[in-house]
Each structure stands twice: as C-alpha cells, then as structure tokens.
Design a protein around this ligand. Structure first.
Ligand SMILES: O=P(O)(O)OP(=O)(O)OP(=O)(O)OC[C@H]1O[C@@H](n2cnc3c(O)ncnc32)[C@H](O)[C@@H]1O
Ligand SMILES: [Mg+2]
Length: 197
C-alpha cells in the first residue's frame, strides 16, 4: 500500500496519522487534501464501529480506493460512558474542543480522583472496494484532571492524564502521545492484519 485516503476532516487526527504512517513510507491524504469538496458525513450510528464504517464506506464507494476511517472519543466512567460517540459535538454541533472539555469538567465537579477514570477509544474501519470492511479497536486508559493543562494535541487531550503519567496528553510531544494513544493501539492491530493479509 502506497497511498491511503483517511476519511477525516480533523486536523489533529491527521497529524497523528501522518506521524504514524510516515515510518512506512505510506502517503496519507485527508478529505481536506482532495480536490473535491466532500460534505460532512452524518455520524448516525450508536457505536464507534458503525460511525467509522459509515465514513469509510461512503468515501470508498466514491473514489474506488481503500479508505481508512477513524471514529474515536472519550468515555468517562463517572458520566456513564459519556461523551462517547458524541465526543466531537458534546457541547453542541459547532464542534468546539474547548467548549467540549469544559462541559466534561463541569459535569465532573466534586468527583474524587479515584472516581475520575476514563479512556480514549479509537475504532478504525478499513473499507476496500468489493471486500468486507474490517475493524480494529484501540484504547488508552487514564483519568480526568481538574483543569485543562498543555498546548499540544487536540480535543480532550488537555484534561486527560494517561495511566503511569503525571501530566496530561496535551503536555506530551506528538511522538510521546503516539507511543501510547488509542489511535496507535488500533493501528498496531491494523498492521498485524495487513501483514497477515
Ligand atoms: O469525523 P472526523 O472528520 O474524523 O472528525 P471528528 O473530529 O468529527 O472525529 P470523531 O467523529 O471521531 O469525534 C472524535 C472526537 O473525540 C475526541 N478525540 C478523538 N481522539 C482524540 C485524541 O487523540 N485526543 C483528544 N481528543 C480526541 C475529539 O474531541 C474528537 O473531535
Ligand atoms: Mg466526526
């Protein structure tokens, strides 16, 4: 595989994917790199798997190429798994990272540290013309801080403290994040599958 379309418009995800795929010499294109303007694909599924498949299959049909889609989000135990599949639009359809993470912090007011457990989840769907879509899931366990810290990364990174670290994901460099992230863990499994197939 030399070229892969990633069915995303999220620049933070693309930065992660570029870093992850560059070591294999695979060129990755996001929907923002294509000539054609692709309208937003509605994420109507109840699970990360369904949403990833919707995004990958719509684009694969259109371009007759292998397409990888990522559906990901944050699951907070004290919030019954929220924001989950609603992570990108938790504080509204304007999809603002800062508003979203403040909504989580507000809802977590008064929750003690040992009850602040959470995980990032990433489901990758690889859609290939004429073949069944395959799925790989990766997770990264941690807990929610009490205020945003750090400038790197995107989304909920400033409030997520990975297990075995005493800083947030947004204080890690992109190289450090990509050694432990949910996206990396899903990609490791995808690599295994690619080697076997
Ligand atoms: O659908 P696409 O175009 O890929 O982009 P999106 O931002 O809408 O992506 P999702 O539907 O998968 O929603 C994922 C949200 O979960 C959060 N998220 C996912 N991965 C993350 C990461 O590595 N660090 C921090 N937050 C993350 C972030 O708020 C994302 O907007
Ligand atoms: Mg989305």
């Amino acid at each position: 595989m030399q070229k892969l379309i990633i069915a995303t418009k999220n620049k933070g995800k693309m930065k992660d994917f570029n870093q992850l795929f560059s070591k294999y010499g695979i060129e990755v294109l996001s929907l923002l790199d294509l000539e054609e303007d692709i309208p937003d694909i509605e994420e109507t599924g109840d699970t990360f798997e369904e949403n990833a498949a919707i995004k990958a299959e719509v684009i694969a049909k259109k371009f007759h190429l292998p397409v990888l889609a990522d559906d990901s989000g944050l699951e907070v135990d004290a919030l019954g798994g929220e924001p989950g599949v609603y992570s990108a639009r938790y504080a509204g359809t304007h999809k603002d990272d800062n508003d979203n993470l403040h909504k989580v912090l507000e809802k977590m007011t008064g929750v003690k540290e040992e009850k602040r457990t959470a995980r990032f989840v990433c489901v990758l769907a690889l859609a290939q013309p004429e073949k069944a879509t395959i799925y790989k899931r990766g997770e990264c366990e941690g807990h929610i801080g009490v205020e945003p810290v750090g400038e790197n990364g995107f989304g909920y990174d400033p409030i997520f403290i990975p297990n075995n670290y005493n800083k947030t994901m947004a204080e890690l460099t992109s190289e450090e994040k990509n050694q432990i992230s949910h996206r990396r863990n899903a990609l490791i499994q995808l690599e295994e599958w690619i080697k076997e197939n």
